[in-house]
Ligand binder design. Structure first.
Ligand SMILES: Nc1nc2c(c(=O)[nH]1)N(C=O)[C@@H](CNc1ccc(C(=O)N[C@@H](CCC(=O)O)C(=O)O)cc1)CN2
Ligand SMILES: Nc1ncnc2c1ncn2[C@@H]1O[C@H](COP(=O)(O)OP(=O)(O)OP(=O)(O)O)[C@@H](O)[C@H]1O
Length: 183
């Protein structure tokens, strides 16, 4: 990975941490926008992460999906930077990974890697190209190569860039839809 990308990521994560409260507040507006999308309304299954304190809060999204009768699928990290989506067992059923992320237990029979809608996490997004940069695991760039459905990001203000301020690589996959508080 380029030193430039690494430096941007470090700086951006520090910015996210400094704007955690603003990001939490933006969550409400972003969820309302998400609920207005046809891709949300039509989805019977939703792929979403369990957020950390400086990401857009996903607990309200998960609650809204469940209330609307949608099945919530959350990712489990696997060896070789692979990721599988499995039904959310609820807070008490999640297992916290070595990276501190609550994950579903692995059960091959329950894997569904083609949710009807995928909410993609990240640390920064570009309005012009819909490029994204994540935490550096490469999990989503790999996953998105074989995911066929629509992708959406919920971009808190601190995550929004007019154009990418980080290097774009061949394996970067652009996101279909970018929701922001302002645009
Ligand atoms: N809330 C949330 N869950 C998520 C993601 C996310 O962005 N947000 N992910 C989005 O992808 C996946 C996990 N992402 C990860 C990204 C990097 C590393 C990681 O490797 N961390 C190392 C440093 C890097 C390295 O050594 O290569 C570490 O912390 O030691 C782990 C998980 C799945 N779950
Ligand atoms: N499709 C892929 N095939 C092979 N290696 C990949 C692929 N996507 C990413 N990688 C590798 O994974 C590592 C992390 O990728 P990158 O810096 O793009 O992560 P990221 O933008 O934070 O993405 P993500 O949120 O998907 O983890 C890099 O070493 C990159 O070369």
């Amino acid at each position: 990975m380029s030193a430039e990308k690494k430096a941007f990521r470090q700086q951006q994560i520090a910015r996210l941490k400094a704007h955690a409260q603003e990001t939490q507040l933006a969550g409400e507006t972003l969820l309302a926008k998400l609920q207005g999308l046809p891709s949300w309304r039509d989805a019977k299954t939703i792929g979403v992460t369990i957020s950390s304190p400086f990401e857009v809060p996903t607990a309200p999204i998960i609650a809204a999906a469940a209330a609307a009768g949608k099945q919530v699928l959350i990712p489990r990290c696997l060896p070789k930077r692979q990721m599988a989506f499995l039904p959310d067992p609820g807070a008490a059923g999640r297992i916290t990974s070595a990276f501190g992320i609550p994950e579903p237990p692995y059960d091959e029979a329950k894997v569904n890697d083609q949710p009807d809608l995928l909410l993609v996490p990240g640390i920064a997004y570009a309005l012009n190209t819909h490029a994204r940069i994540g935490f550096g695991g490469g999990y989503y760039d790999r996953f998105l190569q074989r995911y066929q459905g629509p992708t959406v990001v919920l971009a808190a203000p601190i995550m929004v860039y007019a154009a990418p301020a980080w290097p774009i690589e061949d394996h970067d996959v652009m996101i279909d839809q970018m929701l922001t508080v302002d645009q």
